[in-house]
Design a protein. Structure first.
Length: 685
């Protein structure tokens, strides 16, 4: 085994592949059903799955009715289960199968949990539907009626009950709770307590006949339950072969993770079918740790949670070979890939920013905004937000005092764009040449540039940034307004802002929790929806096509900047990816690199938002590692800038870096631990 091959295996990074099987079945034919089960169990294992779920009463068939009271059928079901257990011996997978079982002269609708030749436990159904087309109470007893916590089955003494959590000892985050069909349709499903007891993957063996609209309801049911429990939820249902005397069956199988649909089967299939999905167990564990109310719920239900028994097992999987992730990983986690959802996201973010600025102006009884307009992306979007805020307040857009302030390195292109943009928006527009005041400060400092030497150091750059901000604040004093900040979330994360007296500071920053990749799409959305007219849309497209640059060092051409921001700090599309997964989920550098490689290494995969101007780049693991190193170093060393940022609205669940909101961190913490973890990432594939 090489370090590289281990790195490229999904199990190395807190994922587990799960499967839901919908086998063709025959009513009251356990031998046939057992053969289908063992075959699909092996199929699931070959995909790399660690768990496979089968339908309710799958070994007997759900629609046996009073045949369930025939000992011949019940004996055959136990024999079929024995064959399933035997077939599992060589497979690194845990299988959950359904069958009727006799316990102390009573019959229970059960799930048997099987792995590596062992029967790990048996879970009886808690809630028996006995309404409409369901008559389960005619044949079965509910879990509450049992007086045993273990039973003798297939020559083994095995745990019995609905309060069991099955834990993979060699995959510590893989913890399973099992419930059956109706159990998830009640006000408090048993799996709610299973999740509080530590289960990260909840499994439901269902038969569930189909009626009009029921498939959509299953989606909603499983969706919200997985989100509420901060868990993965696997749902099965019976397919071809169940009796259609009075019912019909669609064989719907679902896998959800914390409210996200990962996989769904084809319905009404005439063939046995299997779906697989890669569940991020580490994400689920992080969410439970982060949402302290989950822990409070454990405490509130401590008496119930303490009743759970934990059953250990070992999968004995070989993780030494690469196993590629089959899960979709968005290249742009802040930007939906679906065009409709992307437009909805842009509209909502835009309105959050506008509403926040309107409230700030209303609360402070201020009627004027002062903003520096550079002709670049961030100030463009901030100006658009200001314009809409004025419209909402019923104030003229001339109350926006826009200033473009060319310095030593301002290009003719951005200056022209700034002037055209302000004209299109309809704000007050002025141009202030900051070079004289910068020259005076450089002279006062004794800087070589004041003596005609072309020294373009950080002092030279920050004098210009500081002069712009100084002008804006004094202009706000003079006109009784507030300075609107323009710097974005990506710049705060990377420390790409001039501390205190530069673009770091303002009276209120509308962009501070909006990443660069999303700002690009916000500006494009405004252009495409013609919210600033045809002329405004034209200049917005020009701005989107302009290379991102601080324009603080003079170039050889008046239209081309000497500096490229992304050449210094890495591509924003990669750094925003890194930021999202570090900030939102607390993932380690090795996992972030693994996810990034999956998302970015193959341009043919097409994992980018639709529309013009989006990236179709490829990044290999070496380049991903290099840029992640840049991110980590800059992220940690720049915390002091984030500790004193101005007020700004949080716009998305991806997080903000305000010390009053999502992110509180010491300014003197080092990145060594994270950089050391990053070294585990191979340099090549």
């Amino acid at each position: 085994m090489t370090a590289a091959s281990h790195f490229f295996n999904l199990y190395t990074h807190g994922f587990a592949r799960v499967a839901v099987a919908v086998p063709a079945s025959r009513v009251a034919d356990p031998a046939f059903n057992g053969e289908q089960t063992t075959r699909m169990m092996a199929d699931a294992a070959r995909t790399g799955a660690a768990v496979v779920l089968f339908p309710e009463l799958g070994l007997s068939g759900y629609t046996c009715d009073d045949l369930f009271h025939q000992h011949t059928l019940l004996d055959a079901c136990e024999k079929a289960l024995a064959r399933v257990v035997e077939a599992s011996a060589s497979l690194p997978i845990v299988s959950v199968v359904g069958l009727p079982l006799r316990v102390d002269g009573r019959l229970f609708n059960c799930a048997a949990v099987v792995s590596r030749g062992r029967l790990l436990g048996v879970v009886p159904k808690t809630y028996l539907p006995n309404y409409a087309e369901f008559y389960e109470a005619r044949q079965f007893n509910p879990a509450a009626d049992t007086t045993r916590d273990s039973i003798d089955l297939l020559g083994e003494r095995v745990p019995f009950g609905n309060e069991l959590v099955f834990e993979a000892q060699d995959l510590p985050l893989l913890k399973l709770h099992v419930e059956i069909c109706e159990d998830v349709w009640v006000p408090i499903p048993p799996s709610s307590y299973g999740a509080l007891a530590g289960a990260t993957v909840l499994l439901n063996l269902s038969a569930s006949n189909i009626t009009v609209g029921k498939a959509d309801y299953r989606h909603r049911l499983v969706n919200i339950h997985s989100a509420r429990c901060l868990a993965a939820y696997l749902y099965s249902s019976a397919g071809k072969g169940e009796s259609t005397t009075d019912l019909a069956w669609d064989g719907q199988a679902l896998v959800y993770e914390n409210g996200d649909l990962l996989a769904e089967s084809e319905r009404f299939s005439d063939e046995s079918h299997l779906i697989t999905a890669d569940v991020d167990l580490e994400r689920l564990a992080h969410e439970r740790m982060r949402q302290t109310s989950f822990g409070h719920s454990v405490s509130q239900h401590a008496d119930r949670v303490k009743r759970f028994r934990h059953v250990g097992f070992a999968l004995l999987r070989d993780h030494s070979q690469p196993l590629a992730l089959q899960r979709e990983v968005a290249r742009f986690p802040y930007v939906p890939s679906d065009p409709k959802r992307k437009d909805e996201r842009c509209n909502e973010v835009y309105n959050i920013q506008v509403q926040a600025l309107v409230q700030r102006l209303s609360a402070s009884n201020i009627r004027k905004l002062v903003i520096g307009v550079s002709g670049g992306l961030d100030s463009t979007h901030a100006l658009l937000v200001c314009a809409k805020a004025m419209d909402r307040l019923g104030l003229p857009r001339s109350n926006i005092l826009g200033y473009t302030m060319p310095g030593f390195a301002t290009t003719s292109r951005t200056l022209d764009q700034a002037l055209r943009l302000m004209q299109a928006v309809g704000c007050s527009a002025q141009q202030i040449d900051i070079r004289p005041s910068c020259e005076q400060m450089l002279k006062d400092l004794g800087h070589p540039f004041a003596d005609g030497q072309p020294v373009y150091d950080v002092t030279f750059e920050n004098v210009q940034a500081g002069e712009r901000t100084n002008h804006l604040f004094r202009l706000a004093n003079h006109h009784q307004g507030i300075v609107v900040g323009t710097g974005d979330l990506s710049e705060l994360a990377l420390g790409w802002c001039t501390y205190g007296v530069g673009d770091h500071m303002s009276h209120y920053n509308v962009n501070a929790s909006v990443p660069k990749t999303l700002i690009k799409h916000l500006v494009r959305w405004v252009a495409e929806t013609k919210q600033v007219g045809d002329a405004g849309s034209d200049v917005l497209v020009d701005i989107l096509d302009t290379e991102i640059s601080p324009e603080l060092v003079p170039g050889t051409s008046g239209s081309q900047p000497a500096q490229s921001t992304e050449a210094s700090i890495g591509p924003y599309e990669l750094q925003d990816f890194n930021l999202f997964h570090v900030l939102r989920y607390g993932f380690s550098p090795t996992k972030v690199a693994f996810l990034s490689h999956h998302a970015w290494h193959d341009a043919a995969a097409g994992r980018w938002p639709d529309g013009p101007g989006v990236s179709r780049n490829e990044y290999g693991i070496g380049e991903i590692k290099k840029n992640l190193r840049i991110f980590l170093r800059r992220f940690f060393t720049s915390q002091f800038k984030r500790s004193c940022v101005p007020n700004s609205p949080k716009v998305g669940s991806g997080g903000s870096l305000s010390p009053r909101g999502d992110w509180r961190a010491p300014s003197d913490a080092g990145a060594d631990l994270w950089l050391a973890d990053l070294e585990r990432v191979p340099d090549s594939e």
